[in-house]
Design a binder for this molecule. Structure first.
Ligand SMILES: Cc1cc2nc3c(=O)[nH]c(=O)nc-3n(C[C@H](O)[C@H](O)[C@H](O)COP(=O)(O)OP(=O)(O)OC[C@H]3O[C@@H](n4cnc5c(N)ncnc54)[C@H](O)[C@@H]3O)c2cc1C
Length: 321
């Protein structure tokens, strides 16, 4: 059975949840194997094995840790040449789109970006991709070389399937062209207890309806009650009520959680572009005509300052019992 390569996203020696999702997807099309660039693979090995990785190909050393994007592309290109995998799967991050592009050029292959699901047809892997801001779903397959597919977070729930995850070192040497930009330092982003916006299973987003930065605290409270990430509409970030990095939409982040809660958000097309592939959508809005209700699976027409505190209280009761 051919391998399906998954590029590991990792911090502090632990594969991120997105990598476990990709391993779960990879199992449908071949034997999952992980490409790990940088240190820490021995620490992450156990968890990768738990989710089905048969092998972990590891490239480490200064050529890998001191440069941006090129090491991952070089590692994957070497593996595509040596192992002829059925596909290469990467998390749909900004950096990985560049890795995927470089890999495609190196291996004369096709790239499919931002898949939200994978299937098979006529012996090919078929990616499901939202286009035109999510208004249309297309199904695409790569016709040349090895399919290189970037997959959005939360496209599948990680499912354990124990395997061996044996570690195999791979040598990566960068040519001078790949050393055009060198990493000069790393800063660890301060993060609270909340999950990352693009990885979270539940996202609670607030819109202009919250009325102020203080009003937005209610959104944070609901998110914390659910162990969710916090998102915001552009009206909120433009008003300075919440930082821009939390903006969801066409000019913000794209999220695809199991549950998206849109609180006091009208549902403008530019906001929907960033969240409409969410598995379930709940809207709270005092205007029954708000466009968000067209998209929502569940809707509450009401004042968010009355609805959300009741929701928090009810969730609190259930989590305590
Ligand atoms: C090029 C471009 C890019 C853009 N990119 C983005 C983007 O990435 N993300 C994004 O979000 N927007 C983006 N926008 C802006 C977008 O068009 C909307 O203006 C924006 O999404 C509106 O945010 P909102 O829904 O919070 O505010 P509004 O449209 O003002 O809606 C507020 C909603 O809250 C409801 N409400 C008010 N008070 C209450 C209450 N007490 N209880 C319950 N409901 C209440 C109202 O009924 C209303 O539906 C972009 C626009 C352009 C032109």
């Amino acid at each position: 059975m051919a391998e399906v390569l998954v590029l590991a996203e990792h911090t502090g020696g632990q594969g991120k949840k997105g990598t476990l999702e990709l391993l779960t997807l990879a199992r449908q099309f071949g034997e999952p194997a992980v490409a790990w660039a940088g240190p820490g693979a021995e620490d992450g090995q156990g968890r990768l094995a738990e989710f089905g990785a048969a092998r972990v190909y590891v490239a480490d050393g200064a050529d890998v840790t001191d440069y941006v994007t090129a090491p991952e592309a070089e590692l994957l290109a070497a593996l595509v040449r040596d192992k002829s995998p059925a596909a290469v799967l990467l998390a749909a991050t900004g950096q990985n789109k560049e890795v995927a592009g470089r890999l495609a050029v190196k291996t004369n292959s096709g790239v499919l970006a931002d898949a939200v699901g994978l299937g098979a047809r006529d012996g090919k892997i078929v990616a499901e991709q939202p286009v035109f801001g999510g208004a249309t779903i297309v199904h695409s397959a790569v016709r040349q070389g090895t399919p290189i597919i970037t997959v959005r977070a939360n496209s599948i729930a990680p499912d354990p399937a124990p395997s061996a995850a044996t570690i195999e070192p791979v040598q990566v040497r960068l040519d001078d062209a790949a050393k055009g930009a060198k990493l000069t330092g790393r800063v660890v982003q301060e993060r609270g207890e909340r999950p990352g916006l693009t990885e979270a299973a539940i996202v609670v987003s607030g819109g202009r309806g919250v009325g102020s930065a203080e009003g937005f605290e209610l959104i944070e409270k609901l998110a914390d009650e659910l162990g969710a990430a916090v998102g915001a509409s552009r009206a909120v970030t433009d008003a300075g009520w919440y930082p821009h990095i939390f903006q969801v939409g066409q000019t913000g982040q794209t999220v695809s959680p199991q549950l998206y809660m849109a609180i006091g958000i009208s549902g403008a097309i530019q906001h929907r572009a960033g969240m409409q592939t969410s598995k379930a959508i709940l809207a709270v809005n005092k205007d029954p005509e708000a466009p968000m209700f067209e998209l929502a699976d569940f809707g509450v027409v009401g004042d968010l300052f009355q609805v959300v505190p009741q929701l928090i209280e009810e969730i609190g009761k259930r989590t305590q019992s």
